[in-house]
Design a binder for this molecule. Sequence first.
Ligand SMILES: Cc1cc2nc3c(=O)[nH]c(=O)nc-3n(C[C@H](O)[C@H](O)[C@H](O)COP(=O)(O)O)c2cc1C
Ligand SMILES: [Mn+2]
Length: 366
Amino acid sequence: MENIQEGDDVNLEKFPVPKFFPMDGGRYIGTTVFIIVRDPETNEVNLGTYRMQMLDGKRCGVQILPGKRGDRIMKKYKKLGQKMPAVAVIGCDPLLMLAGSLMTSKASELEIAGSIRGEAVQYITSAVNGLPIPADAEIVLEGEIDPENLQPEGPFGEYTGYYSDEFHKVIKKPCLEVKRVLHRNNPVLWQSSVGRPVTDMHMLLAFGRTATLWTDLETMRIPGIKSVYVPPEAAGRFWAIVSIKQAYPGHSSQVGAAVLASTTGQYGTKGVIIVDDDIKADDWGRVMWALGVRYDPLRGTEIIKRGRSTVLDPALDPDSNRLINPRIIMDATIPMEWGDRRPIEIKLDEGMAEKVKARWKEYGID
Ligand SMILES: Cc1cc2nc3c(=O)[nH]c(=O)nc-3n(C[C@H](O)[C@H](O)[C@H](O)COP(=O)(O)O)c2cc1C
Ligand SMILES: [Mn+2]
C-alpha cells in the first residue's frame, strides 16, 4: 500500500466516512470491514465482520456481539490483562469479507478464501502488531482493542430494518485505537447499504448462511438434503427452508432439529420450514403452497423454547437480556408413513398436453 499515516498523523477524518441513516449515532467507517485478531492461547488468526463507528480521528467503536469468536478471544486478552492487537481491513478480495462473516471456529478464514481461490492469500505482516494483512487491501487500520475501555457506540440503522437498541439505553462497546493507517492511492472506502431488507447486505448474509447451513447438514451426514435457503427478505438470518427427499418416517423432524442444532442455524434462527423434494427451497410460491395444503399445524409444528438469539432482533422483549429466543419448526412435508394413503396430486395427461402444445399456433394464441 502506497500511503502510511503513523502516530500523530493518524487521522481517519481524511476519509469521506458516511452517516447512513438520519438517527444514526455517528458516522460508520466499517460496514464492509473485517477485523483480524489472534487467539492468545492457540495462536490462531480470526477474521470477523463487526460494524465500526468512527468515534474520532483515532478511534472506532467496534460492535463485537456477545459470544462471537471475536468476543471469546477478546475475553482471553481481558483475563491476561492485555490489550488485543487488531487490524481492520476495509476493502479487499470479497471472498475474505465473506469468510469474515461466517461463523466458523475450526477452519481458518484465510485458508477458506485461499482454497476457494485456488491460491494462498497474499499478505504482509503488520509492523505494529505482527498480524497478517491482505496485500490487496484498500484501507487498513492497525492498532489494538482494550477490553477494559468501553465507549458508547450506536445507535445504527441495522440489517433488521430497525435502529439498534442504543436509543433506549447506552450500550458501551470496545474500541479500536488506531496506531497506523495504510491505504492505496485513491482508496475505495467499501461500504454496505445495510438497512431494511433487501439490500446488498442481506444478499451477503443469505448467500453465506445458505451455503454454510447446507454444508453443516451434509457434515452432520443427514441424507436427502436437496436444497437449502435462508431468505434475504427475512434479513438473511431468521428463517431457513430445507427441501428433502424423505428416506424414512421421522426424517423431516430430524432435519428441522438438525438445522437448529447446526453451527449456522443455532444463532438467531426463528423458524425452519421443511418441504418435500418436488419443491425447491427458494421457490417461495411453492413453499407457500406446501404451507397451504401439506402443512398441519398440530402434526407439523414443534416449538423449541430456548435458543441463542441475536441481541439485534427487534422482536425480543425490551426488558429482557435479549440473549434467548424461541424457535418454530414447520414441517410441510407429506408424512412418509402415509404410504398409499398419500393425497394424489393432479398431473396433466402428458399425451393430451403434447397434442395441445403441437397445435398451439393453430389456436392463434402464440
Ligand atoms: C455486513 C455485515 C455486518 C455485520 N455486523 C456485525 C456486527 O456489527 N457485530 C457482530 O457481532 N456481527 C456482525 N456480523 C456477523 C458476523 O460477521 C459473524 O457473526 C461472524 O461470524 C463474526 O466473526 P467471529 O465469529 O469470528 O467473531 C455482520 C455480518 C455482515 C455480513
Ligand atoms: Mn471468525
